[in-house]
Design a protein around this ligand. Sequence first.
Ligand code: 13P
Length: 275
Amino acid sequence: MKKPRGVLIAGNWKMNHGLSETNGFFDILSAQSKAALPKNAEGLLKSGALRALVIPTATSLQTARNRTEKNPFPLAIGAQNAHGEKSGAFTGEISGPMLQELNIRWVLIGHSERRQFFGETDSSVRKRCEGLLSQGFHVMLCVGETRAERERGETFKILERQLSGVFAEPEKGAATFLDGRLVLAYEPVWAIGTGLTATPEQAEEAHQMIRKWLWDHFGMDASGRTPILYGGSVTPQNIDSLLACANIDGGLVGGASLKPDSFLALLAAGAKALS
Ligand code: 13P
């Protein structure tokens, strides 16, 4: 296989697609998948070499989860955020056990929109990651620099701070987090929703730095096993050149994941990268 960690295509729907749009998405996805996906995709999806994940808004989670049962190919559903505590006085939050009741195993944590607009910090992101990983979730942790930080030449410094912020206390067992349930997503903030995709060289450089950081802190196995996705204006048109990079193991896609035909085109690109 060309990509040792396979390919993961994750669609972050953000605050889009309520119940009727979610049902509409799955109606079209089921109807079109056979024609839109290459022949080898079914085997790759069944074996888990190619993984598909959709991350809807909270009120659409249950419907999306139910629809995956009849989907023609395996598709996981994830939540856009969750609290690290199992219950308590945390108005507006969702807990791990609540997601488990819906049979949801994936959670996105630390998205830049949570950090930028809702006051999430390295410390709150760490607590969410620790709580959810200890409850058995697959966690997709997002990191990435702003445009000003990149222009100041601080990209690596910011990534290092965000990673160390989450894994600040390895003695608390952070190393055990890297057991295959952690996925990292490099999403440069300046590339999100702007149409300004990072070049494959810019993305690969950041991914290499993240992989080296994992190696330095958790060793070769954890570093080699952890998928690192790229996010920020990924489209069916530009994904091939991103997936061609050795350290880019998939895409975390916003806008281009909202339409079933475009999501299928991203999965088709994943299958192509694996063949
Ligand atoms: P866009 O693909 O719309 O740029 O969004 C990226 C993103 O933030 C995914 O989490």
